[in-house]
Design a protein around this ligand. Sequence first.
Ligand SMILES: NCC(=O)CCC(=O)O
Ligand SMILES: [Mg+2]
Length: 329
Amino acid sequence: MYPLRRNRRLRTNEAIRSLVRETVITPNDFLVPLFVVEGKGVKDEIASMPNYFRYSLDLLEKEVKELWGLGLKAVLLFAKVPDHLKDNKGTEALNPNGLMQRAVKTVKNACPDMLVMTDIALDPYSSVGHDGIVQNGMIINDESAEVLAKMALTHAQAGADFVAPSDMNDGRTLKIRELLEQEGFINTGIMAYTAKYASSFYGPFRDALDSAPVDLVDVPKDKKTYQMDFGNRIEAVRETLIDIEEGADIVMVKPGISYLDILRDIKNEVDVPVAVYQVSGEYAMIKAAAEKGWLNHDQIMLETTIAFKRAGADIITSYFAKDVVKLLG
Ligand SMILES: NCC(=O)CCC(=O)O
Ligand SMILES: [Mg+2]
């Protein structure tokens, strides 16, 4: 009999398609990145990230309540640090009363059940724009890991539920885990960026936080000595397994859409939840193409979101989180 199978029967109409759909998105899938700044009443649109904002703490409060109302229950905080507080050692990162530490408390006060994750890396605090301390033209690994652990402790003390090291220095997950245990923060989790690639997709984010490497002699121009080479695949699994051994509760692949193979590899290899980060450049590309009328914004947004989950993401970190949830209704 011709044809042997009529697979199109399962695609006849939306009712049957939705009945057999393998991957669906809910608000529970998302982790929402949020940028915070000093000041009052500040809601600053980020030039290269249309419709995405930096909030002062008073407006952050409003924003997290809105997210909670939409069913979004987890946020990832990034602080934009004023230039005069930046140095090569990331001193301000350890300030118990710093912007990040106050932001954690603000979210917890506004929305006690909101899960709060914090970014752990020195770049927003670094006068040279690197994720660790620079010495003789190099990012010095072990000293950087020490500072990052201390930074993580101040976030835990402020009330963060999870800390998220995004720096890619070796051993930082273990340093953080050891210090948290030692100080009694046994329930503070670690979401480690285990496979973070040296990517040009981070451009708009560096505008958002003014955190790009500076152009100076003796300062590396890029992050290729610590973030991963985008030609590599097996290395991502190796990095991830090490971070899990060191104590990561959740692991992350970053960027997202160009790294779905890595996401699937890692999902197949590990027994902890896997997160993905649809980064600023991915967001900017979709916004720009939609603005020009070249792509359908909402459809592309949904398609990329589903692609992450289909590829194995348990957690999707995305600037589109709110828009997707609103669209799904
Ligand atoms: N640690 C955060 C980043 O490095 C960048 C994220 C983005 O480009 O959205
Ligand atoms: Mg590593």
